[in-house]
Each structure stands twice: as structure tokens, then as C-alpha cells.
Design a protein around this ligand. Structure first.
Ligand code: SF4
Length: 262
């Protein structure tokens, strides 16, 4: 789910959401006030209802070829992924939302672009926190992520420095876009060493949504390139290459060989 679908501090070329430049219309992209949002308990009720609605066609009792066990499992989610589009740390009640999720007995993960270190420092932490690294250096960042904030890169560095001190499981997600940011593995490795995340997830950009008007299919790297880049990062950082999923073009690196299951 995403609590802030149309606002973000960046306008990444690879983003699936519509950005103001796509449609030639401007809107305030960074301010969200409490009067813009609904109470978090109501929000979670709606999220769970939307999940149930999305499963409508999968009911085995109405003939869908889905195992009953899987259908029942999907109707009772145990985990909330706060991700997808928009920057969730712009939500004024993000801590309350995380607390509400945990209060309901579910785990949470949250993906941030790292431009709100002030929020990361004080918010209720999710079960697992992802910080996206989409560039090895500031020039690449400015071209690819087109930040709304002049000091966007410095803020990401501050968040990355903070990452190691946060008392939760942490991940750097590298969104890899061919011919745009798949260079300078050494600089990425320095950033990773700065944050010492528990995991690094190297993920290929998928040619989907509104990003198709900004990029083309050749910017979506094949899995073998993701794997090769991940191997370079593993050598440079000492992280262990633990897993991969070819369909999603993603490779998982881990600081430790032993993963503590949650
Ligand atoms: S940080 Fe995420 S939500 Fe924001 S523009 Fe980039 S991809 Fe889209």
C-alpha cells in the first residue's frame, strides 16, 4: 500500500507514478497536512478491505483454480508493505500508521527515498526499513531522480549515515536502470559501507506505468546484468550473495550469512 500516492520529493525517471512534468500540470508535490489525510485506523480498515476486494476473482468456491489454503492466507495478511509510489515519510501520521499496523499484529516494511532524515530519526520504526539508493553520486542523482529539494543528495547521505544506528532491520535497495545508474560500483559500495544495512537488494527497473513515457525497454536491465553488478558489489563490500529471483530481476546480498527470521 501507499499512504501518499501523488506526492514525492523526487521525480525519478523510472517512477511508475505520473509526475507533474508528464501531464504539464503542476501541483504541490511535497506538503501533506493532517487535514489532507484520514485517521490511520480508518486507513488500515480501507487497506484491508481493498485487499479483500482485490481477491474477489480468486475464490476457489466460485471455481477459481487457487488452493484454498493460499486463498485464506491472502485474505488474512500478516504484513504491510508501505511502498509502491509516492514518498511515505511525507505522511504526517506515518508513525501512527506504523503503530497501528503493529497493534493489529502485523509486521511492516517501509521504503523511503531517504530525503527525510529528520523523519527517520524520530518516527516509529517499521519492522524493516528500506532506503533506496538510485545513484552512486550527486550528478547521476540530479539527472535521474530530478529532486524537488536542492539539498536532496545531502539529505540522502545523512539518512544513509543514520541507517546503521536505527534499531530495526535495514535494507538498501538499489534500483538499477541500464545506461543511467549502473556504473561506479565502487561508489555504491562506499555508500553501503556508510549505512551498514543488514541487506542490499539489487533490483532491475521494470518498464511499467508512467515511466514508459520517459524511458524505454532497453533501460530495463536483464537479470544477468543485475547478477553481474551484484557480484561486483559483493566483492567490494564483503556482503554475501544470498538469493535471487530471476522473474523480478532481483538479487539479495546480506551482511551476515545467517538471516534471523522474523
Ligand atoms: S522516490 Fe519513489 S515515488 Fe518518488 S519519484 Fe522516485 S520512484 Fe517515484
Amino acid at each position: 500500500m501507499t499512504p501518499v500516492v501523488d506526492k514525492c520529493t523526487q521525480n525519478c525517471e523510472f517512477c511508475w507514478r505520473i509526475t507533474p512534468a508528464d501531464v504539464g500540470v503542476s501541483w504541490n508535490q511535497v506538503d501533506v497536512t493532517e487535514s489532507d489525510v484520514i485517521p490511520v485506523d480508518q486507513l488500515m480498515d480501507e487497506v484491508l478491505m481493498a485487499n479483500l476486494r482485490s481477491l474477489g476473482g480468486y475464490n476457489p468456491e466460485t471455481g477459481a483454480s487457487v488452493q484454498e489454503r493460499m486463498y485464506k492466507e491472502a485474505r488474512n495478511p500478516r504484513h504491510v508493505a508501505i511502498s509502491l509510489a509516492g514518498e511515505p515519510t511525507l505522511h504526517p501520521l506515518i508513525s501512527d500508521l506504523i503503530d497501528e499496523i503493529h497493534h493489529r499484529g502485523m509486521t511492516s516494511f517501509l521504503v523511503t527515498n531517504g530525503t527525510r532524515p529528520d523523519v527517520l530519526q524520530t518516527m516509529s520504526l517499521p519492522t524493516q526499513l528500506y532506503l533506496t539508493l538510485a545513484a552512486p553520486d550527486e550528478p547521476t542523482y540530479k539527472t535521474l531522480c530530478r529532486p524537488e529539494l536542492r539539498d536532496g543528495w545531502d539529505r540522502i547521505l545523512t539518512s544513509q549515515e543514520l541507517l546503521g544506528s536505527l534499531k530495526t532491520r535495514t535494507v538498501n535497495r538499489l534500483t538499477m536502470v541500464a545506461n543511467r545508474n549502473m556504473h561506479d560500483a565502487r561508489k555504491y559500495s562506499k555508500l553501503i559501507e556508510m549505512g551498514e544495512p543488514d541487506f542490499v537488494e539489487v533490483k532491475g527497473y521494470m518498464y511499467l506505468g508512467s515511466s514508459r513515457a520517459r524511458l524505454d525497454q532497453t533501460n530495463a536491465p536483464p537479470h544477468r546484468e543485475i547478477r553481474a553488478f551484484s557480484e561486483k558489489l559483493a566483492t567490494l563490500t564483503g556482503y554475501h550473495l544470498l538469493d535471487e529471483q530471476i522473474e523480478s530481476r532481483v538479487v539479495l546480498l546480506s551482511r551476515s550469512k545467517q538471516i534471523k527470521k522474523l
